[in-house]
Design a protein around this ligand. Structure first.
Ligand code: FES
Ligand code: FE
Length: 456
């Protein structure tokens, strides 16, 4: 059977609806859409896999996913980072059976083919009898098409035609600098990543972290009630929404001037701020970092970042700067595995690191006070996405906030950073930016990349 499919119809509805701030909810529940996402988004985009500090020593590895497929991310004996498809070249058996570790080789449990840290096939039992004469070259583990890191954040893509990582990040790189590049030491991961599965579609996480600040006052009201966050809700809505590059969006809660009372530099301790080497970034980046209370961002498709002042216990501890990075790992159309890492600056004292980790664990983590707030509504978004009624009744989602005539948000003419910026966070262009690029990628033919510009 050929001809337009349900997925085509949903993508057409997205194309037609987006200029009016309308999105078809079926994108959150349609199996065919999901299958296409695995191939056209996760099979092509730069996907975040690990932080370099997780694999510091030669032979260190972690097992991660691109889409639903497992990849070994390993530091080889020359210090290079390899991203190896975790499937034996003999029969496709999974060769890596641990989430992380240190090794010089991987030995397939089925017949014993053995690979080194670069993925080369180096031996197999009874080689001469079984394969004598067959070259080992060309029979190693299959590698991701490209691997690159930015401020220690390791990404890979399966598409050899993908643009270089920095080109893919575009303007978002400028904003990553002003969080991850504040001193020469950079950041590291503290603890192991948390993982938990929710019956929601992966896009709900990306959508939320692209800049859904509006939900804070309702869903996270308890944040203010227990004094966990130092900026009043209405004041916290003041700041900027930025479409940093096609697909990549972020949001800043920001004091209008530098002299404003309240947290600066995302609430990092003053002794840490004193060590920031501010010559590493531009005066504009520095100004934004200094005035920022919160930064929340999503790198398309599923890598999110949150930096903000938080406390695990408002009654006993003042808030401190917490940085969480996370991926919304697709796990079928109706499930997402959330991966959550906490980052600290390497030059923080052990006490500062411990405090940041505890404040993060108490709030934005599997057992955190606020994480559960978010995941519950997403479960019902996914249910609506699957519903027959939504389909029959032509149900559409409203993403109109901040469009001309809707609300108070206005474009910022003299925004000093890359991309398009709006003042006040009562704005949903950050999410429309995500879905515009989403639609472009879902329609792009293999090899062809959508234009990385906002010009239509
Ligand atoms: Fe791996 Fe045979 S499947 S050695
Ligand atoms: Fe939230």
């Amino acid at each position: 059977i050929t001809g337009p499919t349900r997925a085509d119809a949903l993508l057409d509805a997205l194309d037609r609806g987006l200029p009016h701030g309308e999105i078809p909810v079926g994108l959150f529940g349609n199996q065919e859409i999901y299958d296409r996402e695995l191939r056209r988004l996760f099979g092509r985009c730069w996907v975040f896999l690990a932080h370099e500090s997780e694999i510091e020593a030669k032979g260190d590895y972690v097992l991660r996913k691109i889409g639903e497929d497992s990849f070994i991310v390993i530091r080889d004996e020359h210090g290079g980072i390899n991203v190896l498809f975790d499937a034996c070249r003999h029969r496709g058996v999974q060769v890596c059976r641990s989430d992380s570790g240190n090794t010089s080789h991987f030995r397939c449990p089925y017949h014993g083919w053995t690979y080194n840290t670069k993925g080369d096939l180096v031996g197999a039992p009874l080689w001469r009898n079984a394969f004598g004469g067959m070259p080992k070259e060309g029979n190693g583990l299959t590698k991701a098409a490209k691997v690159a890191s930015y401020h220690g954040l390791v990404f890979a893509t399966l598409d050899p035609s993908a643009p270089p990582l920095e080109e893919y990040l575009g303007g978002m790189a400028w904003y990553l600098d002003l969080l991850f590049g504040l001193n020469e030491h950079g950041m590291e991961i503290v603890g192991a990543p948390q993982r938990f599965v929710i019956d929601a579609n992966w896009k709900s996480g990306s959508d939320n972290f692209a800049g859904d600040d509006y939900h804070l006052g309702t869903l996270h009201r308890s944040v203010w009630e227990i004094g966990a966050f130092p900026v009043p809700f209405r004041e916290n809505m003041m700041g900027y929404h930025v479409q940093a590059a096609p697909g990549h969006s972020l949001s800043f809660s920001m004091a209008p001037t530098e002299d404003e009372p309240g947290p600066k530099f995302f609430g990092f301790p003053e002794e840490l701020v004193a060590t920031f080497d501010t010559s590493r970034i531009s005066a504009h980046q520095l100004d934004i970092a200094r005035r920022s209370r919160v930064m929340v961002a999503n790198v398309f498709p599923n890598f999110s970042i949150l930096a903000l002042p938080m406390t695990e216990d408002g009654a006993h501890h003042p808030p401190t700067g917490v940085v969480t990075i996370r991926t919304w790992q697709p796990h079928g159309v109706g499930q997402v595995e959330i991966w959550n890492w906490f980052c600290v600056y390497k030059n923080m004292t052990p006490a500062q690191k411990d405090r940041a980790y505890r404040a993060g664990l108490g709030t934005f983590s599997m057992g955190g006070a606020f994480e559960m707030d978010d995941t519950e509504p997403w479960i019902t978004v996914s249910r609506t996405g699957r519903s027959v009624a939504a389909d029959l009744l032509d149900f559409k989602l409203n993403y109109q906030m901040g469009m001309p005539g809707v609300g108070i948000a206005k474009p910022v003419e003299d925004w000093p950073g890359p991309g398009i910026s709006y003042w006040t966070r009562y704005e949903e262009g950050v999410q429309r930016n995500l879905y515009r690029f989403y639609g472009d990628m879902m329609r792009a033919e293999p090899g062809a990349w959508p234009k990385f510009s906002f010009d239509d």
